[in-house]
Design a protein around this ligand. Structure first.
Ligand code: RP5
Length: 181
């Protein structure tokens, strides 16, 4: 039920084709309050055709669930985990400690310290336990980074990323052109 509710929070088009596919990227977050930020990761991965799953898993409120999620992810076919959290953002680091999969951390903007607390909690990992940390609230980049990692062994995915880059470039050039006129 939670999965359906989370998916219904994503855009309509993003749900297409996702339901019966084995997810390659797990998107997890500490609270449903992170969803408005984390949906950007889900949407970009959906638009690139990467099957995902979206879960709420809290390091502090549901530690057992976090533990079993991190331990089972690889066996279930997940290849990359994107973990978003705010404040005392321990989720990405703890998951990275429990799985051999690459973990990408998204620091979610917190109300009192402008997200710097989230950023530092996620980025300052001890040697040996890496978390690839994107900018505060930049879940889209987390999704794009996950797609780039998958593309190393996936020519179709690489073509989609090259197309994404081309579209971005065209968009900037179009805007620059409009400004000059
Ligand atoms: C963290 O605490 C979550 O990742 C969230 O960013 C933050 C606040 O959670 P709520 O109190 O809004 O549920 O665990």
């Amino acid at each position: 039920i939670l999965e359906r509710w989370l998916n219904s929070m994503l855009s309509e088009e993003s749900l297409e084709g996702q339901i019966f596919t084995v997810p390659r990227v797990g998107i997890i977050m500490g609270s449903d309050s992170d969803l408005p930020v984390m949906r950007d990761a889900a949407n970009i991965l959906n638009s690139l055709g990467v099957p995902i799953e979206v879960r709420i898993v809290s390091a502090h409120r549901t530690p057992e669930m976090m533990y079993s999620y991190a331990l089972s992810a690889r066996e279930r076919g997940i290849q990359i985990i994107i973990a978003g959290a705010g404040g005392a953002a321990h989720l990405p680091g703890m998951v990275a400690a429990l799985t051999p999969l690459p973990v990408i951390g998204v620091p979610v903007l917190s109300s009192s310290l402008d997200g710097v607390d989230s950023l530092l909690s996620i980025v300052q990992m001890p040697r040996g336990v890496p978390v690839a940390t994107v900018a505060i609230n930049n879940a889209r980049n987390a999704g794009l980074l996950a797609a780039r990692i998958l593309a190393v062994g996936d020519a179709d995915m690489q073509a989609r990323i090259i197309q994404y880059q081309q579209d971005m470039k065209d968009d900037v050039l179009r805007k620059a052109d409009k400004l000059e006129k």
